[in-house]
Design a protein around this ligand. Structure first.
Ligand code: ADP
Length: 241
């Protein structure tokens, strides 16, 4: 589904923030970009939806080179979830969730039904929350709305950058559990950025451990834990215990 080949980014000529990385993500898989702060995770993620243009390398999605596609068409097939929910404060919860369906000119009834379905599934009873405004919700509830908004128009791909990072550990666990219980996730291709090893192991089908813009190791969680490719990987996980 997603194929990244020899992808690099430098903002200044001397420092490659992402240095010739390659990976593939199959449909239905969750690839976790894991690593300490500054290792190049967010830059990599943002190249996938062209918020950042690569310096070199290729990205293909469903066999198409995304660098030759208009960025807005590309982004329509991707939900994007960030640590800061970015909900519009003057829009109700239902209006926030309806943004992408609106851009795609979905019929009103279809949008309303989808919004209601997502609010139910994410434990925000629609009769209580549809007409509320973001400021009336807790941080965890706002992040649930952010997830619903990203999922609303059924994008086949989800890009997630520390989606639970702003929440306290208990709330984080609850929001993550309800998110992961969504049936529709099984068909999605997800790329998730986190520095949280626990989260990487809970959510990842593949983990890509990054270090100074390069891939230290990529593989299943068990492979990284039990067959570390080098001392960096071994030390990274032993320091987390
Ligand atoms: P991570 O997500 O792993 O914390 P980032 O991809 O955000 O890492 O950043 C990797 C490195 O790239 C950091 O050293 C950061 O300072 C640098 N960087 C990120 N964006 C820019 C930019 N727009 N201009 C210059 N340097 C940047």
């Amino acid at each position: 589904m997603i194929k990244v080949d020899q992808l690099s980014k430098y903002f200044t000529p001397l420092k490659k923030v992402v240095d010739a990385i390659s990976f593939e993500v199959n449909k239905g898989e969750t690839l976790v970009l894991l690593g300490t702060s500054g290792s190049g995770k967010t830059t990599t993620l943002r190249m996938l939806n062209r918020l950042i243009e690569p310096s070199s390398g290729t990205i293909t999605i469903n066999g198409q080179n995304i660098l030759q596609q208009p960025a807005d068409a590309l982004r329509r097939q991707m939900g994007y979830v960030l640590q800061e929910t970015g909900l519009f404060p003057h829009y109700t919860i239902a209006e926030n969730i309806a943004i992408v369906p609106g851009l795609l000119q979905w019929p009103k009834q279809q949008t309303a039904a989808r919004t209601e379905e997502l609010l139910h599934k994410l434990q925000l009873p629609p009769h209580e929350y549809s007409e509320a405004y973001p400021r009336e919700l807790s941080g965890g509830q706002q992040q649930r709305v952010g997830l619903a908004r990203a999922l609303a128009a059924n994008p086949p791909i989800l890009l997630m950058d520390e989606p639970f990072g702003a929440l306290d550990p208990i709330t984080r666990g609850m929001v993550r559990k309800d998110f992961m219980a969504l049936d529709e996730l099984h068909q999605k291709t997800i790329v998730l950025v986190t520095h949280d090893v626990n989260e990487a192991f809970i959510m990842g089908t593949q983990i890509c451990l990054m270090h100074e813009g390069r891939i230290a190791q990529i593989g299943s969680p068990a492979t990284l834990l039990f067959n570390p490719a080098n001392d960096f990987v071994r030390n990274f996980f032993s320091e987390q215990r």
